[in-house]
Design a protein around this ligand. Structure first.
Ligand code: GLN
Length: 281
């Protein structure tokens, strides 16, 4: 069978699965390019190419796994975030486009050409830490994670992307942070453990500990908020991503923990998404 026919058949099969956030045509191409170890443009320039049996079989297996719900990013082992190509696997949350808002809000508080110390708590694939480190080459960025596999994944991404000013440490929340920090950022687990959202789509395959802190959806904000206050330099910033219904709770929590200038930044759709506060001077 020719490349073109494999692609057509896969598009058809992927279209038949009613998965609201899937993009069957694009996914068929990305899976085939991955199985053949070629670029997507190769598919357009070589439609007549015969696909050898082992490759065709590997492609079919990937399509089958996608139909059963496995996230595309895990199947191809890669996801782009902040224009960085990151390797991902089931040990880490798949970086979300909306988390780029957290990166933007952090960058607004990180002047260029200063040797600032920045921490990303619960870094996973290292997405946030690596984006900040790439944009602020004079800053030293530390990502922490309680999962050894996540720390390995993040270190691998830093190495591949040659981002030398991001390092990663194993430990719970802020425990690995020594000395004073100018900015602490986190996209912690914030979905309540009984939220039906966890049974849907990609989330079913992602690490539980990266999505939910347990029955109390605010537990991670509470812990990180208290730990970060002791480690921030005077006037240092803490920034959280949170769920769109959690803005008020997170503001209250930060204010009662002792942060000042507590505000929420809505996303492009006007939903609460990022809340920040400052350690008083
Ligand atoms: N935004 C993610 C989702 O619900 C959750 C990420 C997180 O818990 N930090 O899809």
């Amino acid at each position: 069978m020719k490349l073109r026919d494999h692609l057509r058949a896969a598009r058809q099969r992927l279209r038949e699965v009613a998965n609201p956030d899937s993009t069957p045509d694009l996914e068929a191409e990305l899976l085939l390019a991955h199985a053949l170890d070629v670029s997507r443009s190769f598919l357009y320039t070589h439609p007549e190419q015969e696909i050898p049996y082992p490759r065709a079989e590997a492609f079919q297996a990937l399509v089958q796994r996608r139909i059963r719900g496995e996230p595309l990013a895990y199947l191809i082992g890669e996801r782009e975030f902040w224009s960085l190509s990151l390797q991902v696997n089931p040990d880490v949350l798949i970086p979300r486009p909306e988390t780029e808002l957290l990166v933007e809000a952090a960058l607004e508080r990180l002047p260029q050409n200063r040797s600032l110390r920045v921490a990303d708590i619960g870094t996973g694939s290292g997405a946030i830490a690596l984006a900040l480190a790439r944009e602020r080459p004079h800053a030293a960025v530390l990502g922490t994670d309680i999962s050894p596999a996540a720390v390995e994944t993040a270190r691998g991404n830093a190495r591949r992307l040659a981002i030398g000013n991001a390092t990663f440490s194993l430990g719970a929340w802020c425990a690995p942070l020594e000395g004073a920090w100018d900015l602490v950022v986190s996209n912690p687990p914030y979905v309540a453990e009984d939220d039906p959202h966890l049974q849907r789509g990609d989330l079913r395959f992602e690490p539980r500990g990266a999505l939910t802190p347990g029955p109390d959806a605010l537990a991670a904000f509470r812990a990180i908020g208290a730990e970060a206050l002791e480690r921030l330099a005077p006037n240092g910033w803490l920034l959280f991503e949170h769920g769109d219904m959690q803005g008020e709770d997170v503001r209250d929590l930060l204010a009662s923990t002792g942060y000042s200038e507590v505000t929420t930044r809505p996303d492009l759709a006007g939903r609460d998404r990022v809340t920040l506060g400052r350690r008083p001077a």
